[in-house]
Design a protein around this ligand. Sequence first.
Ligand code: ADP
Ligand code: MG
Length: 240
Amino acid sequence: MIEIENVRKSFGPLEVLKGIDLTVEKGEVLTVIGGSGSGKSTLLTCINGLEPIDTGRILVDGTHVHAKSTDINKLRCKIGIVFQQFNAFPHLTVLENVTLAPRKVKKMGRAEAEEIAIKQLNHVGLGEKRDVYPSRLSGGQQQRMAIARALAMSPDYMLFDEVTSALDPQLVGEVLDTLKMLADDGMTMILVTHEMSFARDVSDRVAFFHKGVMAEIGPPEQIFGDPQNEETRQFLSNVR
Ligand code: ADP
Ligand code: MG
């Protein structure tokens, strides 16, 4: 599980996480919502150690993410992350993009890496695209490739940061379907999204972030149906 304890994080004078406490259980789907600049992306990059924190601690399966003694590369193998903008390697095929990290980071042999990659590409519906270059994929297909690439590392946790925000509206559904499938498979995930009806449908809990504070957390029925916090209420009345 992921345990976040009193985490504070500043960029210069700007405190963007103001004492976050949050536990995500194995198998849980947690959605993080909130306005622009509320600290959602920073939270995700702190969880996988891309960003240092100022105080508090983050534990993933009991391992301190930010401790000096932690093998951060090993820990990152456990935590897949997919961003809004996926930068595929344009000179590598889809299959080569997906096998790259298992081969380089996990030192896997080609045959084994390809077997895993093909399984994951099939899983996200891209099995037939394995030999094309990323530029030939639609935005939705590129995001599904990014998901397959992360899954090829066999992560225990997946973090998704607005993975549909840059997509044309007609391509959003196919990526959300892929996330839903992962959730149904029991993947532990934290996803930042503005797709509120999707969040309502897929989440075990929803956390609302406001100016670096987790202002409210609860089941989707509470957050979307009966928010307890005034800021949550205002945010949701503006996005709908
Ligand atoms: P969100 O994802 O909720 O929109 P972010 O976590 O990206 O918010 O950003 C929170 C705040 O931190 C914003 O004010 C943003 O400008 C600032 N910020 C994020 N990353 C950096 C950085 N690397 N350097 C300086 N400021 C940053
Ligand atoms: Mg963000």
